[in-house]
Design a protein around this ligand. Structure first.
Ligand code: APR
Length: 250
């Protein structure tokens, strides 16, 4: 895999790097994406499972689905793509990892500063008193869990369609996109807003924007580069290429 000299040069000079990840970075760990051939939205109906009204209408169905996804995620591990971003966090003085994933795999890989724009499936809270509940034991989960404090319905701490992102968090992600020298959009179809607006914000502020994906995305026609391939294969090579560059091996 040969990266463009421009990409290696831009990354070698960059002090500030911002990364946006999507379901694709977890695909090689065995977590299905949403819109791919085997994507979750091909099999399940988001309008029945991933919005607040659906939850109120049928909380048991929604929890059944989140229990299925949590079990799937607990049984997999981060892959070399996740670990390469941990190395990047150590390398760049100002590194911001923004993810749309709720699978907690970036944290499990060791990334420290992770902006979870769509929440985290491992967390849950009461819709009445907003109390966060300790780790829910999946095998003990029968139907919809209730809040021990007020008896309210417990929901997963994920952002459903039609809901706002955590306001402070998105503003910080935007600030990182505005100040970065290089912006990497990894494993996302870049169609879900407002997360998908971040690479355009970076473009408007002069960043070098690169898509990393096995296929071109909507963003590809605007980005400076699209590197076609799997994140778990490309990112370790990119990190390796950078270290070789700084050692003057190339
Ligand atoms: N490496 C990199 N990219 C990959 C890989 C891989 N191994 N495998 C698949 N991809 C790419 C696909 O080509 C696709 O462009 O990952 C992308 C996944 O896109 P989506 O399934 O649309 O997932 P994402 O962009 O994360 O969805 C955004 O939509 O459903 C909501 O809230 C959910 O956070 C999610 C949001």
């Amino acid at each position: 895999m040969k990266f463009s000299e421009t990409l290696i040069a831009k990354l070698s000079q960059a002090r500030s790097v911002c990364v946006l990840t999507g379901a694709g970075i977890s695909a090689e760990s065995g977590v299905p994406t949403f819109r791919g051939e085997e994507g979750l939205w091909k099999k399940f109906r988001p309008e029945e499972l991933a919005n607040f009204d659906a939850f109120i209408r049928n909380p048991d169905l929604v929890w059944e689905w989140y229990a299925y996804r949590r079990k799937l995620i607990q049984d997999v591990r981060p892959n070399p793509g996740h670990y390469a971003l941990v190395e990047m966090e150590e390398r760049f003085p100002d590194f911001t990892l923004v993810t749309q994933n709720v699978d907690n795999l970036h944290r499990r890989a060791g990334s420290r500063r992770v902006f979870e724009l769509h929440g985290n499936i491992e967390r849950s809270y009461c819709i009445e008193c907003r109390t966060f509940v300790p780790e829910l034991k999946l095998d003990e989960l029968k139907g919809t869990p209730r809040c021990e404090k007020c008896g309210g319905l417990i929901r997963p701490d994920v952002v459903w369609f039609g809901e706002l992102l955590p306001p402070g968090l998105f503003a910080e992600a935007e600030a990182a996109a505005m100040r970065c020298g290089v912006f990497l959009s990894i494993g996302t179809s870049a169609v879900v807003y407002p997360a998908a607006s971040l690479p355009y914000t970076a473009l408007e502020h002069g960043a070098y924007v690169v898509v990393i994906n096995p296929e071109r995305t909507d963003l590809s026609s605007h980005a400076q580069e699209t590197v076609l391939g799997k994140a778990g294969e490309i990112l370790p090579l990119l990190v390796h290429g950078l270290s070789a560059k700084s050692k003057g091996d190339v």
